[in-house]
Design a protein around this ligand. Structure first.
Ligand SMILES: C[S@@+](CC[C@H](N)C(=O)[O-])C[C@H]1O[C@@H](n2cnc3c(N)ncnc32)[C@H](O)[C@@H]1O
Length: 409
């Protein structure tokens, strides 16, 4: 379902699918997949195509919304009707009540955009089917991205130039119409595929179990489910210097009913554009470098990297230290949830900080080995430049990604 949602996803679906096929084909007892950094749901979609149970966590409500949209139930005819009704109601709505309220509203949206987004939001709220509402919120998120005053060439919030804003006329209602057509087509195609493979029932419900939760994966999982396979792609570094997923989600989340996403979704995520990024891996840099003693013993690659960063401004070293610290905390929470002899497939990007390479793949390997996880193999690929927003600074700091396979023994 590539292209259904615009969320910066690193992993390449085709390659991921092939690996999942190989690993699950090798052992017939592979039934459940876990993705602690679910993003927009690449692993979810592949798991459903393979008929596997799936559990996915993400700290970002927008990612959780996108995953829940892709999980169904695929009531596609009902969805088509809901889209029609929402468009009719929103177009007929003459109300001027503004449905979002945050400092900066008038900076990030034109008066026309505020009025039309409010009309769409009112109409979506009246839809009584939860999955249909989630799909419509997904479309509204994309509409916000395309019609706000922030540039679409970067994941960061960055206001368009004055000339651009003066000459720009965008109608959220027209954009939403177009966006929903695309989303509905893609969901319809996916439902057909899943139906043909007997993965969903006649009424569109997936035959396996899918659990998607808004959760911080560095926290121990009290449920501790025993998963057979982990397939994930964590952030490639702290969000501020790689992909600011939180900033990217800030404007769309202002227009979406958070209770439709997850019962844990609180309003703190829409109070600051930096809140989600601050909670994500490496988001809190306080004293990180000083809390690393144990990890430096475990990971010679980390020790070498921090040593190389010593002469640079201290925030460079602190950023790397904070990220690795949180990554290790997440491993402490994730490893127990994988069953004995289960496999892990990690897609990792090595980046540069202050011009120095950070070998995240080697660091991950050393951290996992210290937790009794055996390294099996590594595949490498170049990141095609079109998959990165080229005007984003990460394009010059990350050019390769590695897929690492491990086994719990
Ligand atoms: C590289 S993306 C995952 C991309 C994913 N493979 C996809 O298909 O979109 C990394 C994800 O990790 C999430 N994340 C960062 N820190 C997290 C944490 N502590 N707990 C859970 N999720 C986190 C981010 O919100 C982001 O969605």
């Amino acid at each position: 379902m590539q292209g259904l949602t615009q969320y910066p996803a690193m992993m390449v679906p085709a390659m991921q699918a092939e690996l999942m096929h190989t690993v699950t084909g090798a052992g017939r007892d592979m039934k459940s997949v876990f993705d602690p950094f679910a993003g927009s749901g690449t692993t979810l979609v592949e798991s459903m195509r393979l008929g596997l149970n799936y559990t996915g966590y993400d700290i970002n409500p927008l990612a959780v919304l996108f995953c829940k949209t892709k999980a169904g139930p695929f009531h596609t005819r009902r969805l088509e009707k809901a889209i029609r009704v929402v468009l009719e109601k929103a177009k007929a709505d003459r109300g001027r009540k503004v449905e979002a309220d945050f400092p900066g509203l008038k900076k990030w949206f034109s008066p026309l955009a505020i009025t039309e987004l409010s009309r769409i939001r009112r109409a979506v709220r009246e839809v009584d089917h939860k999955w249909c509402r989630r799909v419509l919120w997904t479309g509204l998120a994309e509409t916000v991205r395309l019609t706000s005053n922030s540039r679409t060439s970067t994941f960061k919030l960055h206001i368009r130039s004055k000339e651009d804003l003066d000459s720009r006329i965008v109608s959220p209602l027209e954009t939403f119409h177009e966006v929903m057509r695309g989303i509905s087509d893609r969901l319809g195609e996916e439902a057909e595929k899943l139906k043909a493979a007997d993965r969903i029932s006649e009424n569109g419900h997936y035959r396996g179990n899918v659990t998607i939760r808004l959760r911080n994966s560095t926290e121990p999982d009290p449920k501790g489910d025993e998963h057979d396979l982990l397939v994930t792609s964590p952030p490639y570094g702290d969000n501020t210097t790689t992909v600011p997923y939180g900033q990217y989600s800030f404007l769309p989340l202002q227009w979406i009913d958070l209770e439709d996403i997850d019962e844990q979704a609180g309003t703190e995520c829409i109070q600051s554009a930096y809140y989600i990024d601050g909670q994500s891996l490496g988001g809190c840099r306080n004293n990180a470098a000083r809390r690393m003693d144990d990890m430096l013993e475990i990971s010679p690659s980390l020790k070498k990297t921090l040593h190389k960063l010593e002469k640079l401004p201290s925030d460079r070293k602190n950023r790397v230290a904070a990220f690795v610290h949180d990554l290790d905390a997440s491993l402490g929470a994730i490893v127990p949830s994988l069953r004995q002899h289960g496999y892990m497939i990690w897609t990792i990007g090595n980046r540069r900080v202050g011009g120095k390479p950070v070998p995240t793949d080697k660091i991950l390997k050393e951290l996992l080995e210290a937790k009794g996880i055996r390294w099996v193999t590594k595949l490498e690929r170049k990141i095609p430049s079109k998959r990165m927003a080229t005007r984003n600074s990460i394009a010059s700091t990350m050019r390769r990604e590695a897929i690492l396979v491990f086994r719990k023994t």
